[in-house]
Design a protein around this ligand. Structure first.
Ligand SMILES: Cc1cc2nc3c(=O)[nH]c(=O)nc-3n(C[C@H](O)[C@H](O)[C@H](O)COP(=O)(O)O)c2cc1C
Length: 372
């Protein structure tokens, strides 16, 4: 690995103000599913796992994707993914946020709804519970029936209830998972959204349902509570897909979301340094910020040479502080999320700040078996 110098990473360690929160630096722990919460209840091990990242100087922690209600698939398919509802799970989360705060951290839970699940997953015992915008699953199969407007309104309300729970528990803000081909992203994606009512149509029209969720959550939590929306072009197992094929489509997609009250877009890419469209070196976070003037988080292969979902190692070594610093300097984006490198290094931020990048441990899939 290349040795970075402290001066190359200076801007990463500048404080940042998000509404009335002050982040001690620009480093965000990316949301990462860990499946270590039996019956959806995060235990002491989960609290300590996040507290270690807080103690390691991470500016902001985003939790693993956590379910908003049973129809988001919590109870049925994924019993070890945490839930953000129900007395036992909420008591577990209260312990998590207390531990993170005691270690000097800030934390937003990520609100997750799987949406329609492919039959090919083989984990879908009750297709009628699988709710996306249409009956078309992410693998193209037609399952179930197109949900009624009433059912979609119930999902919207699940986000609102969850947001209320989160605020009451004392979390510092929240992130809506609108990326990677799950429920909210299924509205954006033309392959899974075939609706002919107000929620379907052009990319701008396909943003309407999510904009309504953002507005409803915003109304619930008030103007001071920070709300991040995570979006991506890529989908799980469909990495080349794009919701927006050019800047004009991106503008049509994100403008209504910004107007609905998003405080920050978390733009999920697998390598942050890759340009989103031809003719500019701006990445997705750069384009979204340029179009909306809303602050953004970038992510993707910071200090790892294997992009998410790939078995291949890239020729680039992933220690890209020089590029990161250049982009931070020109304010292309505001914050930088780190995923797998923060699983292998709870103290990633401290090590980088002390210029000890050679001490960083390489992420290995085997590490997912335990919460270290
Ligand atoms: C084990 C694992 C679980 C993940 N779970 C989530 C998740 O729950 N929500 C989400 O938005 N992204 C999830 N991601 C994607 C990460 O947030 C991040 O965008 C991705 O790992 C790229 O960042 P990295 O290259 O720094 O690892 C997950 C990634 C990994 C490796």
């Amino acid at each position: 690995m290349t040795q970075a110098t402290t001066s190359l990473t200076k801007l990463l360690f500048e404080p940042y103000k998000l509404k009335n929160l002050t982040l001690k630096n620009r480093i965000v722990m990316a949301p990462m599913t860990r499946r270590q919460s039996p019956d959806g209840v995060p235990g002491q091990n989960v609290a300590e796992y996040y507290a270690r990242r807080a103690a390691g100087n991470t500016g902001l922690i985003i939790s693993e994707g956590s379910f908003v209600d049973d129809s988001a698939s919590g109870a049925i398919w994924e019993p070890t993914v945490p839930r953000l509802y129900g007395e036992a799970a909420l008591a577990g989360w209260k312990n998590v946020i207390n531990k993170v705060h005691a270690a000097g951290g800030l934390m937003f839970p990520q609100l997750w709804h799987l949406g329609i699940k492919p039959d090919s997953d083989g984990v879908n015992p009750r297709p009628e519970d699988s709710c996306g915008p249409s009956s078309i699953s992410t693998d193209g199969t037609n399952i179930g029936e197109e949900p009624s407007l009433k059912r979609l309104e119930e999902s919207n309300q699940a986000y609102v209830r969850t947001a209320c729970n989160i605020k009451e528990l004392g979390f510092d803000g929240l992130e809506l998972h609108g990326a990677h081909g799950y429920f909210l992203d299924q509205f954006f994606w033309e392959k899974t959204n075939k609706r002919t009512d107000k929620y379907g149509g052009t990319i701008g029209e396909r943003a309407r349902f999510v904009a309504e969720v953002v507005k409803a959550v915003r109304k619930e939590v008030g103007n001071d509570f920070p709300l991040i929306l995570r979006i991506s072009q890529w989908k799980l197992n469909a990495y080349e897909v794009k919701n927006a094929h050019n800047p004009a489509e991106l503008e049509a997609w994100v403008t209504p979301l910004a107007e609905a009250g998003v405080d920050m877009f978390h733009c999920s890419t697998r390598r942050f340094w890759l340009p989103e469209f031809e003719g500019s070196d701006l990445n997705l976070a750069g384009w979204v910020k340029k179009i909306t003037s809303v602050p953004t988080i970038t992510v993707g292969s910071v200090t790892t040479n294997q992009e998410f979902g790939s078995k291949e190692k890239s020729a680039e070594d992933g220690i890209t502080f020089h590029d990161l610093e250049k982009r931070l300097e020109r304010k292309e984006f505001d914050l930088v999320a780190v995923g797998r490198a923060l699983i292998s290094n709870p103290d990633w931020a401290s090590l980088v700040e002390q210029n000890k990048v050679n001490d960083l441990k390489t992420f290995d899939m085997k590490m997912l078996g335990e919460l270290n």
